[in-house]
Design a protein around this ligand. Structure first.
Ligand code: ATP
Ligand code: MG
Length: 461
């Protein structure tokens, strides 16, 4: 109970959904439901809430023998990688052998052999579960009845933006428990962002310290007593501009923090009084609009042809290229997809909850000697699925798969940084792309976001 209160505090406006999850999964003595399907729009807290609940359950319920596999189907993009990852989460920690699974039958067989203690509970959470559609036709139906197939007290939780009917013909026998996460209203969004007040305040203080602001101690006397009401007033203005354009909570949160610094500037300088809301609004309106356009990629940029540039030019263009943060990571992922063999993907990128480092060192020992460095042979083509899998793997924080991300791929194509090798449609799973930029260019882009691209290239390890 106490745990639930704590989670409710961290995730406002999700009380009902959390209670349902707790009722379904939180009782050790009962048989778990065979499958649960959680769905709702992007940014509605599906992933974050479930993950948090499961982590807290493991932490606080040491009486319960709970085993959890939390897997993102975008990262585990073939059924084989998916099965192997699930088992790596669930099997006994002290076996050091790598899991090898050929097919579904194998997977079920190995699950059957997991059971050691009779009271063990198993939960397999499959995020972005609509990806199961792209796997063999028997994969999804088998997950829905996995409990029955492997004889464990096991529950499969499918998480998706789509309702199950959109990707599965329902049969009455194995329909899962359905749990819908509705979108937050504007006032709920305000409540959630408002819970970030203390963090935002701390960030503002450290921003001032880091930039060695003039009159620092005086400014601190303004920042420290700031109230939540004051922050909520700001959020109201902020959401007035942003709520229509962007419902993605993570993006809203980051942008709200950033814009709060602008909002405070005239107050800290003493040019505007804290209570003069209309004047503050006039000061911030322009900044907010600029921030709003930064949320989206600028597609009107001049085309570049990075392959024909010398080093100096490359550096300049790479650094001035106004790709948004995720756009840069997408381009890096595309480069890795073009120059690494897909066979190495799993070893390179897929996280093994700390057991193995996702670095090249381990690959090193196993890698065959490549005759020619593939970075000099030229790019190979890749699918959008693989691109996204690598993108998710190299990105430390998690973002959802939004249309925004797919449209950023199109923009990279428009900018001629990527090109289609076959097919012409990002949404079509069969299209293949390749990355047109060279190593120097990608190294510059990587430096801008603080990513060490060489570490992930087979050629350099
Ligand atoms: P997608 O379908 O795109 O994967 P999602 O529903 O899984 O989206 P999350 O990734 O769980 O969304 O949430 C997005 C961000 O918003 C996360 O940073 C999460 O912590 C935050 N968030 C979502 N709901 C809440 C809430 N009720 N309170 C506080 N933060 C929240
Ligand atoms: Mg999610």
């Amino acid at each position: 109970m106490e745990v639930l209160n704590k989670i409710n505090e961290r995730f406002p406006c999700r009380k009902k959904e959390l209670q349902t999850i707790a009722n379904l999964l939180g009782h050790s003595a009962e048989i778990l439901p065979s499958a649960i399907h959680i769905y709702g729009h992007t940014g509605t807290g599906k992933t974050a809430l479930l993950k948090h609940f499961l982590n807290e359950s493991i932490r606080h319920n040491n009486k319960i023998n709970l085993n959890v596999a939390f897997v993102n189907c975008v990262e585990s993009y073939t059924s084989r990688i998916l099965f192997e990852n699930i088992l790596e989460f669930l099997r006994n920690e002290d076996t050091d052998q790598t899991v090898k699974i050929e097919n579904l039958k194998d997977f079920i067989e190995q699950l059957r052999h997991l059971q050691i203690e009779p009271d063990a509970l198993y939960i397999i959470a499959l995020d972005n579960a609509e990806r199961l559609r792209d796997m063999d036709a028997n994969v999804l139906p088998s997950f829905l009845r996995l409990q029955q197939l492997c004889g464990l007290n096991l529950c499969v939780v499918l998480i998706s933006q789509l309702s199950l009917e959109k990707f599965y013909c329902k049969t009455s026998i194995d329909s899962p428990v359905i749990l819908y996460f509705p979108q937050y209203t504007k006032s709920e969004t305000l409540e959630i962002l408002s819970a970030d007040f203390k963090n935002t305040q701390k960030l503002l203080s450290s921003h001032l310290r880091r930039n060695k602001a003039d009159n620092l101690s005086h400014k601190m006397t303004i920042v420290e007593p700031l109230t939540k009401e004051f922050f909520n007033n700001y959020l109201n203005l902020f959401l007035g501009v942003f709520y229509k354009a962007c419902r993605d909570l993570s993006e809203l949160k980051i942008t709200a923090r950033k814009c709060f610094i602008f909002y405070m500037e005239p107050i800290l300088d003493g040019t505007v009084n804290m209570s003069d809301v209309s004047k503050l609004w006039r000061c911030i309106a322009g900044q907010l609009r600029t921030a709003l356009t930064q949320v989206y990629i600028r597609s009107g940029q001049p085309e570049v042809n990075p392959t024909e540039l010398n080093n100096k030019g490359i550096e300049k263009i790479a650094q001035s290229l106004e790709l948004p943060y995720y756009g840069k990571y997408l381009l890096i992922a595309a480069f890795l997809a073009s120059y690494n063999s897909s066979k190495e993907d799993k070893r390179l990128f897929v996280k093994n909850h700390g057991k193995r480092r996702k670095r090249m060192q381990t690959v090193n020992a196993n890698a065959k000697v490549t005759e020619k460095m593939s970075t000099y042979i030229g790019p190979k083509s890749f699918t959008v699925d693989r691109l996204l899998a690598i993108f998710y793997a190299i990105l430390e924080e998690k973002v959802g798969l939004t249309c925004n991300l797919l449209s950023q791929i199109s923009t990279l194509v428009n900018l001629k940084l990527l090109s289609f090798v076959s097919g012409e449609n990002v949404m079509d799973g069969t299209s293949r792309l390749q990355c047109t930029v060279g190593l120097d260019f990608i190294v510059c882009i990587s430096q801008v976001v603080g990513f060490n691209v060489r570490q992930y290239l087979c050629d350099f390890n």
